[in-house]
Design a protein around this ligand. Structure first.
Ligand code: NAP
Length: 277
């Protein structure tokens, strides 16, 4: 299916690996121009060259070699004002005039809430609530003026089913979820072709998952492999998800076809969440 977004510009944050990279890969295969962001410049440069190759090969397969997407890496901490400015000011990029924004950054550390002070909470709220809101604020009005926009916030299944050792994530991301629920239904956005959705990963096999598995192993004193097997056993699909699967869902939410989906919290968790709704 042609998603109808070739030639659009997307900002994909946290895109050097894991779920963000999965989203960038799926979008570049659709011919979307990318500004990709992460802090480590070497890993980001490697991701950018792979994405350029993937974009070129997808364009070749479609017989559209004249439309090879641009990929611009911006190595910066997206949770800082300077990092966001760098993404908006990258030479050759679209400024703030993105058609698609995928918000993402590393998740907060695992732990016991008794050990977290104000600094830990502020960092979590900055990364997982205020940064997406700042990115949305900088881009959505332009999207509405141009009559097309897609915001996809990578949040977590912990928003629907909180996980005890992820209290910082549960709290900060719930704030973003409440904000998005109101924003997405604003007719000045929804009525102008702009959708705002949250994509909620359950358990996907990335470095971040390794960190949370290690956190659970440390807390319980169980071997890492036992923790991993126990967690897989709780997933009806019988496995962790892949970044490629996640990226494909993100690309669909960014598609022309998904224009009537807004304000949703889409869970991708292999059936792990037990509720009917
Ligand atoms: P990951 O494999 O650790 O990748 C995180 C990506 O974000 C990397 O490219 C990282 O690169 C970048 N990043 C981290 N902090 C950043 C910052 N301040 N500014 C810019 N880039 C930053 O993580 P993931 O598994 O893809 O997870 C993505 C998000 O989904 C996280 O918020 C995570 O908590 C959430 N999540 C994941 C799962 C899962 O099962 N994987 C489940 C629920 C929720 P640098 O380190 O070089 O910056």
């Amino acid at each position: 299916m042609d998603l109808g977004i070739a030639g659009k510009w997307a900002l994909v944050c946290g895109a050097s690996k894991g779920l963000g990279l999965g989203c960038a890969q799926a979008l570049v295969r659709e011919g979307v121009n990318l500004v990709i962001n992460a802090r480590n410049p070497d890993a980001l440069a490697l991701a950018a060259s792979d994405l350029i190759a993937a974009g070129a090969s997808a364009a070749g397969a479609r017989g559209q070699k004249d439309h090879i997407p641009t990929v611009l890496p911006v190595a910066a901490d997206i949770t800082t004002p300077a990092g966001r400015e760098a993404a908006f000011n990258v030479p050759g990029g679209p400024g703030c005039s993105f058609d698609i924004v995928v918000t993402n950054a590393g998740g907060p550390p695992t732990g016991d809430f008794r050990d977290w002070g104000r600094a830990e909470w502020i960092a979590a709220v900055e990364a997982n609530m205020l940064t997406p809101i700042e990115l949305i604020k900088a881009t959505v009005d332009g999207m509405a003026a141009r009559g097309f926009g897609r915001i996809v916030n990578i949040t977590s299944s912990a928003v629907k089913a909180p996980i005890d050792i992820l209290g910082l994530s549960n709290g900060a991301r719930s704030g973003l979820t409440g904000f998005v629920a109101g924003l997405a239904r604003n007719p000045k956005l929804a009525g102008q072709g702009v959708t705002v959705n949250n994509l909620l990963p359950g358990k996907f096999d990335t470095d971040r998952l390794q960190t949370t598995l290690q956190g659970a192993a440390t807390k319980t004193g169980k071997p890492l492999e036992a923790v991993r097997a126990a967690q897989v056993a709780t997933i009806p699909a019988g496995r962790f998800g892949t970044a490629e699967e996640f990226g494909a869902i993100c690309a669909f939410l960014c598609s022309m076809q998904a224009g009537y989906i807004t304000g949703q919290n889409l869970l991708a968790d292999g059936g792990a969440y037990p509720g009917a709704f």
